[in-house]
Design a binder for this molecule. Structure first.
Ligand code: SAH
Ligand code: SF4
Ligand code: F3S
Length: 449
């Protein structure tokens, strides 16, 4: 296969995102940037002149994916697209990537992607095109305004980076220190997204509830203040945010869940483990009890709130007794949904060098038990919504003609037979039945007719 980079200016591109919501958001911004340069998007990577692999470094499996993908970027005629590796693997591995995979032309980190056009020129001219700077100046100011034709739901980065340094996690190294975007930049972007068709906006940040800023009048504001300001944008029906850290869960934000109907009753609040000993070794800086007390306050403010969490099983030194505490915090909290992962040692993080690394079979067994408990709760949560009348924001087509799929306020997927309704409509629905992963509902108007 050809090892030489393409010799003409790329006119088409394909961006592939592998990571979290922020990674997806970055992928959209890169696409807009390339479009502004006059390039157009294509849906198949081998049809594109430039492929951007927007990578994730969080666990080993995620990080390794990029190398098999690079291997596949070869056409039958011996040519290949120009290849840019972006995202958190680019930040963590830098120039090492192009040494390991010779066909990589560009390496660009998550804080430098506004300079992608210049890097394409460098690559065309045969210059090294590696940029993993973490500049003090915000990339956001250098990016073009939001141009995407928005679907009904959109992500909006309000906070980036992490100062928490959990001992297993690469994010503080790949994303840098916590930075909040300014109030007015966020509101401008939100208005642009609504003008482009968004009816729901999810504010995203690695620790989104650590967002702080000043409003137009110079008053100090937190994420709750931002939610109130977004609420007054005409046409914006729903506000969500993710991911929150327990230590940044302020009383103001909890009360916003009580007082602000457009703030959806859903909270993703990762705890990682139910054992204080493990939480300490993880440097989570909260305890099992302090976490449960926050959940209590949130539920007192908004009794119907759906809770979601992240868990890691097999952290170094985790005993059977520690793991039982994780199962018991799941039982106690009754989550609506959760993400759970086997611990993956990441080079450069303190936990990777800790004693007591857990064998793979033990991790497999624990993950299986944890996921069984989580799935049972998720199904129970879904069943409890049967018989309720609620709203659904229609997001996409279903499998069969006339079927549309949308989300409930509690972030459940709801399949509706919605003759006459359209993607982007916010409709009233009666929930008829529930499976572990989705609900079926009937539009209220259709029943009346
Ligand atoms: N900022 C968020 C989420 C960060 S990454 C938070 O603090 O909760 C998303 C999830 O990936 C984490 O919540 C954690 O459960 C998981 N994760 C992070 N590093 C991991 C590792 N080394 N091995 C396994 N799971 C990990
Ligand atoms: Fe990673 Fe912890 Fe920061 Fe979350 S809070 S991004 S898990 S270091
Ligand atoms: Fe992955 Fe980076 Fe997000 S490591 S989870 S893409 S912040």
């Amino acid at each position: 296969m050809s090892q030489s980079p393409p010799d003409r200016q790329p006119k088409t591109f394909h961006v592939k995102s592998y990571g979290c919501q922020m990674n997806v958001y970055d992928g959209e911004r890169m696409a807009e940037l390339l479009q502004e340069r006059g390039m157009s998007a294509v849906s198949e990577s081998l049809d594109a002149d430039l492929v951007v692999l927007n990578t994730c470094h969080i666990r080993e499996k995620a990080a390794e994916k990029v190398y098999s993908e690079i291997g596949r970027l070869a056409r039958e005629d011996g040519t290949r697209p120009m290849i840019a590796v972006a995202g958190c693997v680019a930040q963590a591995e830098g120039a090492e990537i192009s040494r390991r995979a010779r066909t990589v032309d560009i390496v660009v980190g998550p804080q430098a992607y506004h300079r992608l056009p210049g890097l394409i020129d460098d690559a065309m001219a045969g210059r090294a095109a590696v940029d993993t700077d973490m500049p003090a100046a915000s990339k956001f100011e250098a990016l073009p305004g939001r141009t995407r034709r928005s679907g009904p739901t959109a992500f909006l980065t309000v906070q980036e980076g992490c100062d928490k340094f959990c001992t297993y996690c690469v994010v503080p190294y790949t994303r840098g220190a916590e930075v909040s975007r300014p109030w007015s930049a966020i509101l401008d972007e939100a208005r642009a997204l609504v003008d482009a068709g968004a009816r729901e906006i999810t504010l995203i940040g690695q620790n989104v509830n650590a967002w702080t800023g000043e409003d137009e009048a110079g008053r100090k504001q937190g994420l709750d203040g931002l939610a109130y300001a977004l609420d007054s944008i005409p046409g914006l029906a729903r506000i969500r945010y993710t991911t929150s850290h327990p230590n940044d869960m302020t009383q103001g934000l909890i009360e916003a869940h009580r007082d602000l109907p457009s703030l959806m009753p859903f909270l993703h609040l990762p705890v990682q483990s139910g054992s204080d000993r493990i939480l300490k070794a993880m440097n989570r800086s909260h305890t099992r009890d302090s976490y449960l007390r926050i959940i209590e306050r949130v539920r007192a403010a908004r009794p119907d709130i759906a809770l979601s969490g992240d868990f890691i099983v097999g952290f170094p030194g985790e005993t059977d007794a520690d793991f039982e505490e994780t199962l018991s915090i799941v039982r106690e909290t009754r989550y609506a949904q959760c993400y759970s992962f086997k611990y993956s040692p990441r080079a450069g993080t303190p936990a990777a060098d800790m004693d007591g690394q857990i064998p793979a079979e033990v991790m497999d067994e624990r993950l299986k038990r944890l996921q069984a408990a989580i799935t049972a709760d998720q199904h129970a949560f879904n069943r409890a919504t049967v018989g309720k009348r609620t709203t659904v924001l229609l997001e996409r087509k279903g499998r069969y003609p006339g079927q549309l799929i949308g989300k409930s306020p509690w972030l459940q997927s709801v399949v509706v037979e919605a003759e006459g309704a359209q993607i982007g409509d916010l409709i009233e629905v009666d929930i008829l039945s529930a499976g572990p992963n989705s609900l079926a509902g009937a539009p209220v108007a259709a029943q009346a007719a």
